[in-house]
Design a protein around this ligand. Structure first.
Ligand SMILES: *[C@@H]1O[C@H](CO)[C@@H](O)[C@H](O)[C@H]1NC(C)=O
Ligand SMILES: *[C@@H]1O[C@H](CO)[C@@H](O)[C@H](O)[C@H]1NC(C)=O
Ligand SMILES: *[C@@H]1O[C@H](CO)[C@@H](O)[C@H](O)[C@H]1NC(C)=O
Ligand SMILES: *[C@@H]1O[C@H](CO)[C@@H](O)[C@H](O)[C@H]1NC(C)=O
Length: 371
């Protein structure tokens, strides 16, 4: 009886799994935000005329297999050392040599958490935004680690992300999410609700202040060289904003970035460098419009399947007013989380790779595209 066989087959092979999927979908409590508000409806039009679209070409790799996911990089001028926070909890110090393979890497201090953003305090200390621990103060000799703050206005940080120290010693930092921790980065991105904050910590009063709340994944942060503005990036919005410290006012700094911004660093020479761990993909575009897609992606993410892959990472160089100057990127790169320009080199950290990427940008510059 081939007919019966095939209808039973159909029932078992398609209809049953379909009904189970619907039930699972209904039962799953993940609740993504509906189709985007205006905040999300931007294009990706901020591409400057100077481009290097083969960012990997000529790149060298420092600390291969030793530097595990060095998320942020801070250059200590006096010692010539690069400090970076790794996924194994180590803040490592790198003495870079002319030949990258001669670089010396030292395990400096283990925070016991996940060090992300790094900057230097005004008394020789190292300030670390640790995703799990909160804001840390590590003494310059590495012997003492002090927890500075873990909450503000009664709400704990769940993803302390980036930090910058102003010339007057005040620390400005971000908590990317009060709801999800670093392990659940995916869910945070898929839910698309603003759980991030921009904060300050004044070491003289030890008061933690909320400067801005309801931010979408508040990520990289830096301060303008004249010390009047904090620049911070909201990853899913593809933009960075500037916060006027005195007037407590916020305005757009750069928007419509061609990717999702992570750390932003000032190079001391009139430019900011905004790392873009991923370019915009069709899948991200579609999932933004349809919450059920984001819910499905969140459901499969629980089984370790990441649908929201990253491609085409890079870095955008912008001037003091946020105008894009040059864009370095590569289809074959992903997860570039920070780029620091030191001399003629760009040093870039990664959320995924176990190395720091170095590129000589005099040798491999961004150029006007030939027609
Ligand atoms: C550095 O080491 C890597 C891996 O061992 C090797 O592939 C590369 O050629 C070396 N680079 C130089 C400049 O010696
Ligand atoms: C960090 O701790 C050191 C002592 O180890 C202290 O001198 C310094 O003021 C502290 N910095 C901050 C920002 O709290
Ligand atoms: C931080 O995130 C974890 C994982 O989602 C969650 O269980 C926890 O409640 C969050 N912490 C706070 C303080 O909200
Ligand atoms: C994503 O959407 C933006 C805005 O609508 C569009 O400019 C861009 O080309 C899209 N990118 C991809 C890869 O689909």
């Amino acid at each position: 009886m081939p007919v019966l066989f095939s209808s039973r087959f159909l029932l078992i092979s398609t209809i049953v799994p379909f009904l189970i999927s619907i039930a699972l979908y209904q039962l799953d409590t993940f609740d993504p935000a509906p189709a985007p508000s205006d905040a999300f409806t931007s294009s990706t039009s901020s591409i400057p005329s100077l481009l290097n679209e083969k960012f990997r070409t000529g790149a060298e790799f420092i600390g291969l297999g030793v530097l595990h996911k060095p998320e942020d990089i801070a250059y200590h001028k006096d010692s010539g050392l690069i400090y970076t926070g790794c996924v194994d909890g180590w803040v490592k110090r790198v003495k870079v040599a002319h030949s990258v393979n001669d670089s010396v890497i030292e395990n400096w201090v283990n925070t016991g958490g996940r060090p992300l953003g790094i900057d230097f305090g005004i008394h020789g200390e190292v300030i670390v935004a640790d995703a799990y621990k909160g804001l840390l103060n590590i003494s310059g000799d590495g012997k003492k680690t002090e927890l500075l703050t873990v909450e503000a206005e009664g709400l704990r940080f769940n993803l302390t992300d980036a930090v910058v120290v102003a010339d007057d010693g005040v620390l400005y930092f971000t908590d990317a999410s009060s709801k999800y921790n670093l392990h659940e980065l995916n869910l945070e991105m898929l839910e698309r609700r603003p759980y991030g904050r921009l904060l300050s910590f004044d070491p003289t009063t030890r008061v933690t202040r909320v400067l801005l709340k309801d931010l979408y994944f508040a990520n990289g942060v830096t301060i303008s060289p004249d010390q009047t503005h904090i620049i911070f990036c909201e990853t899913p919005l593809k933009k960075c904003s500037k916060y006027n410290i005195k007037e407590e006012r916020v305005e757009v700094f750069v928007q419509d970035l061609p990717g999702y911004p992570d750390n932003i660093r000032y190079d001391g020479e009139g430019h900011y460098w905004i790392a873009l761990p991923s370019g915009v993909t069709t899948l991200w575009n579609i999932s933004l419009k349809y919450p059920f897609m984001r819910k499905l992606a969140a459901m499969v993410a629980k089984y370790g399947v990441d649908l929201m892959f990253m491609v085409d990472a890079g870095v955008m160089q912008v001037d003091l007013d946020g105008n894009p100057i040059a864009y370095y990127h590569d289809q074959t790169l992903s997860h570039i989380s920070t780029c620091d320009k030191i001399g003629k080199y760009l040093y870039c950290g990664s959320l995924l790779q176990s190395h720091i990427l170095r590129l000589d940008i005099l040798k491999y510059p961004a150029q006007k595209k030939k027609l």
